[in-house]
Design a protein around this ligand. Structure first.
Ligand SMILES: Cc1ncc(COP(=O)(O)O)c(C=O)c1O
Length: 451
C-alpha cells in the first residue's frame, strides 16, 4: 500500500459537488456586502478557498483541488512555500510595517540589490510598489521623463492593469469602455504577431503599423516615447510572439528614441523557463516591470531600469514625486528575498520548462482528435508554465464553460482571450508529474463536454 500524499501533492478529493453548501452560504453573504462588479457569483461558481499548499487548494467544504492557476500566477513556487512562510513569520516578529520613502526598512536595500542582479543591467535602479498596475504606471512615467515624449505604443490583446494610467495601455474594450473619457488618448495599438501559421505575413503587417506610429505619433499627435509589451501575452491567452519579432521591435524602438517597457509581471521570475522571458523571445527592454510571483504570495512589484534611464527622475528633496504608503513593505521584502533564493537556482527554470512541455504534449495528445479544422480546438501553445488551449469560438466564452466543467472534476483553471476562447494554465513548479497528468485528463474530458 502506498502512503497517502501530503496536502499540496494530492489529486482532487471532492466530498461534495463544488460549490458545496459552505461555499454557497459564503456566496450569499458576499453578495450582500461586496460591490457586484467584483466576484462572479452563480449556482456553479465560485468555491471559497480556505487553505492551500503546493499545487492543492482546499475549499470551505473540505474539497481538495489541483490549482492550475497558482492564484493568477503568483504561487509559482507552490502555495505557502515553507521557506517563504518562515521568512514572513520571522519578519512579522521584528517589523511589520516600515516608513516607505522616508525611513526605509533595511531589508529594502537587500531586495533592491537582488533586483539589480537579476536585471540585464549592472547599474540597475528600481522603484518598488505593490501591484503590477503600479509598476506599469511607474514605467510609463519614467519613459516620459526620460524621452520627453508622452505617447505610447501598446499591443492588441495586451493587458497591463486596470488603474487609469495602465488601463490606457490595456487593449480590451470591456475594461476600457466605461472609462474611455478618462483614458489618456496618446496610446496607439499595433497587432501582436503570434508564432505559428501565417506568422511572417502577420509580422510584416505589424511592422508596417509600428513604423508608421513611431514616425507619425499616436492618433492624438503625441510623439511615441514608450513601447509597452508583454514578452508572451498572458491574459490574451498565452500568445507567443512570432520568431524574430521582439528583436526587430527592440531595434525599431531604439532607432525612434522610444524606450521598450517589458511587462514581465506574469512572465517574470522563471514562469517562462528563464528569469525574464524577454531573454527567451529576444526582447531587449529599457525598463522591466515585475510583480505577481516576485513577492512569493505577498503584494510586491517593481519597475527596474538602467541608471541612465531611471536618473530621468529628479533626486528626492524630501517629497518623492512618486511613492506610496506601502512601498518596500518589510513583510513583502522578506517574502520576496526567500522566494528569490528559490527562483535563482536553475532547477526552478528547468522544472518550469519541463513541466510546461509535459502539459502541452499531454494536452496535444489528448486533444489530437479535436485539433483538426471543425474539431473545436484550434491550438495548444505557450512557453514554459504559461500554457493556452485555444477553442473555437462558436458558443459564448467556451473557456469559462471548460473552467466550470474542470472545477466539477477538481481542477482550477481560468478562461482567457478577448472572447474567453482560451483555457489558460499558469501552474506552479510544485505541480507533480502525477498531478499534471491527472489535470490533463480532466481538461481533455472537460473540453470534450464543451466543444
Ligand atoms: C502582464 C500583466 N501586467 C500587469 C498586470 C496587472 O497586475 P495587477 O493585477 O497586480 O495590478 C497583470 C495582471 O494580471 C498582468 O498579467
Amino acid at each position: 500500500m502506498t502512503a497517502p500524499r501530503a496536502f499540496g501533492w494530492r489529486l482532487p478529493e471532492l466530498r461534495t459537488p463544488p460549490p458545496g453548501p459552505a461555499s454557497c452560504a459564503l456566496a450569499d453573504r458576499l453578495r450582500a456586502v461586496e460591490s457586484r462588479n467584483v466576484t462572479y457569483l452563480a449556482d456553479d461558481w465560485p468555491i471559497f478557498w480556505q487553505e492551500a499548499a503546493g499545487a492543492n487548494v482546499r475549499d470551505a467544504d473540505g474539497n481538495v483541488y489541483i490549482d492550475l492557476c497558482a492564484g493568477f500566477g503568483v504561487a509559482l513556487l507552490g502555495h505557502s512555500h515553507p521557506s517563504v512562510v518562515a521568512a514572513i513569520t520571522e519578519q512579522a516578529r521584528r517589523l511589520v510595517h516600515g516608513m516607505g520613502d522616508v525611513h526605509p526598512p533595511s531589508l529594502r536595500v537587500e531586495l533592491l540589490e537582488r533586483l539589480r542582479d537579476l536585471s540585464p543591467w549592472r547599474d540597475a535602479r528600481a522603484v518598488l510598489a505593490s501591484t503590477g498596475s503600479e509598476a506599469v504606471e511607474i514605467a510609463l512615467k519614467t519613459a516620459q521623463l526620460a524621452t520627453g515624449k508622452p505617447g505610447v505604443l501598446a499591443f492588441e490583446g495586451g493587458y497591463h492593469g486596470l488603474t487609469l494610467g495602465s488601463l490606457a495601455t490595456t487593449a480590451r474594450s470591456t475594461f476600457r469602455g466605461p472609462f474611455n473619457a478618462r483614458l489618456y488618448p496618446g496610446v496607439a495599438f499595433a497587432p501582436y504577431p503570434q508564432a505559428g501559421p501565417g506568422a511572417e505575413a502577420a509580422v510584416d503587417a505589424a511592422f508596417a503599423r509600428i513604423r508608421a506610429l513611431l514616425r507619425d505619433g499616436a492618433p492624438n499627435g503625441d510623439a511615441i516615447g514608450a513601447v509597452v509589451v508583454e514578452p508572451v501575452q498572458g491574459r490574451a491567452g498565452a500568445c507567443v510572439p512570432a520568431p524574430g519579432f521582439m528583436g526587430a521591435l527592440s531595434a525599431l524602438a531604439r532607432e525612434a528614441d522610444a524606450l521598450v517597457i517589458a511587462d514581465e509581471i506574469l512572465t517574470g521570475m522563471g514562469r517562462c523557463g528563464a528569469m525574464l522571458a524577454s531573454e527567451r523571445v529576444g526582447l531587449e527592454p529599457d525598463l522591466v516591470c515585475v510583480g505577481k510571483a516576485l513577492g512569493g504570495g505577498l503584494p510586491l512589484s517593481a519597475c527596474i531600469a538602467p541608471r541612465a534611464v531611471m536618473d530621468a527622475w529628479p533626486p528626492s528633496e524630501g517629497e518623492a514625486v512618486h511613492t506610496s504608503t506601502f512601498l518596500g513593505h518589510p513583510l513583502a521584502c522578506a517574502a520576496a528575498l526567500a522566494a528569490l533564493d528559490r527562483y535563482g537556482p536553475e532547477s526552478v527554470l528547468a522544472r518550469s520548462e519541463a513541466l510546461g512541455t509535459r502539459l502541452r504534449e499531454g494536452l496535444s495528445e489528448g486533444l489530437a482528435g479535436r485539433l483538426s479544422p471543425g474539431g473545436g480546438v484550434r491550438q495548444v501553445r505557450g512557453l514554459g508554465l504559461l500554457v493556452g488551449i485555444e477553442l473555437a469560438t462558436d458558443g459564448p466564452a467556451p473557456g469559462a464553460s471548460v473552467a466550470g466543467e474542470a472545477l466539477k472534476r477538481g481542477v482550477i483553471v481560468l478562461p482567457a482571450g478577448e472572447q474567453g476562447e482560451v483555457v489558460e494554465l499558469t501552474p506552479s513548479v510544485a505541480l507533480t508529474d502525477e498531478q499534471a497528468d491527472h489535470a490533463v485528463e480532466v481538461l481533455v474530458k472537460a473540453i470534450g463536454e464543451v466543444v
